[in-house]
Design a protein around this ligand. Structure first.
Ligand SMILES: Nc1ncnc2c1ncn2[C@@H]1O[C@H](COP(=O)(O)OP(=O)(O)OP(=O)(O)O)[C@@H](O)[C@H]1O
Ligand SMILES: [Mg+2]
Length: 226
């Protein structure tokens, strides 16, 4: 069993003094290659905090995170950026598309930034799976909410990252597309041996996942299967 990423006793607090909020209490978590894991829990419970800390988008307040066995705490900003680029695909709550680039150009940018020229997904296949063919030359402002979300998914998967972190990736999609995207994430884990963590509110999408965690007031607890 290959451990892709591991969190050991990680906490995250925001603010200082009497403004201090502990968004994440001591958390242990492990994601193995081939696993599709879901995180559920109420709004404000710390799910995004967990995911962005796991993905090195923000620093933990204490504890350790290991990516493929290597501790990340002492990495420089540049090394962290490289690590994120190499290993992670992010689908965040705000789609974070670059406003002055079309859908297609968002992927061109990845090609340009990728000095190592790693193997990419087939663009046309991605666009067709995500139903983006007709809007590939559109700028983000000319996309619907769902199209924007699907473009962000295409961008996150294009690089074939070993770890996919998805924050409500189906929130602006209709039921059928929500299932399609969940199936896609499941096959990335189960057929391609990568690791996927998905935050979701939609309990109908939990059939495909291997493990479910519940976040409550900054405490992550694995749900034992019924
Ligand atoms: N940058 C920040 N500074 C201060 N507090 C923050 C910051 N980001 C989040 N918080 C607080 O931390 C707690 C957890 O927020 P988080 O965004 O992780 O919740 P969530 O579970 O993702 O919620 P939602 O389902 O609404 O997206 C909340 O109380 C929030 O107000
Ligand atoms: Mg959130």
């Amino acid at each position: 069993m290959t451990i892709l990423i591991e969190m050991i006793q990680v906490t995250k607090t925001y603010g200082e003094g009497n403004m201090k909020v502990t968004a994440l209490h001591e958390t242990n978590f492990q994601l193995n290659a081939g696993e599709f894991v879901a995180i559920v829990g109420p709004s404000g419970s710390g799910k995004t905090t967990f995911l962005t800390t796991l993905g090195q988008l923000q620093e933990a307040s204490s504890g350790k995170i290991l990516v493929k066995g290597k501790e990340t705490g002492h990495l420089s900003e540049k090394e962290k950026t490289d690590l994120r680029f190499r290993e992670f695909g992010f689908i965040l709550q705000a789609s974070n598309l670059i406003p002055f680039l079309t859908v297609k150009e968002q992927l061109d940018l990845i090609d340009r930034l990728d000095k190592k020229k790693s193997i990419k997904s087939d663009r046309q296949e991605l666009f067709s799976l995500l139903d983006l063919e007709k809007v590939q030359n559109h700028y983000p402002k000319a996309l619907s909410g769902g199209e924007r979300q699907r473009a962000a998914i295409a961008r996150a998967l294009y690089n074939n990252p070993s770890i996919v972190l998805a924050d409500e990736p189906t929130a602006s999609l209709d039921t059928q597309r929500a299932y399609q995207v969940t199936d896609m994430l499941a096959s990335i884990a189960h057929e391609q041996g990568r690791g996927v963590v998905m935050i979701t509110h939609d309990t109908r999408l939990l059939d495909k996942v291997d493990r479910i965690y519940v976040m409550n007031d900054g405490r992550l607890v694995e749900k034992t299967q019924a």
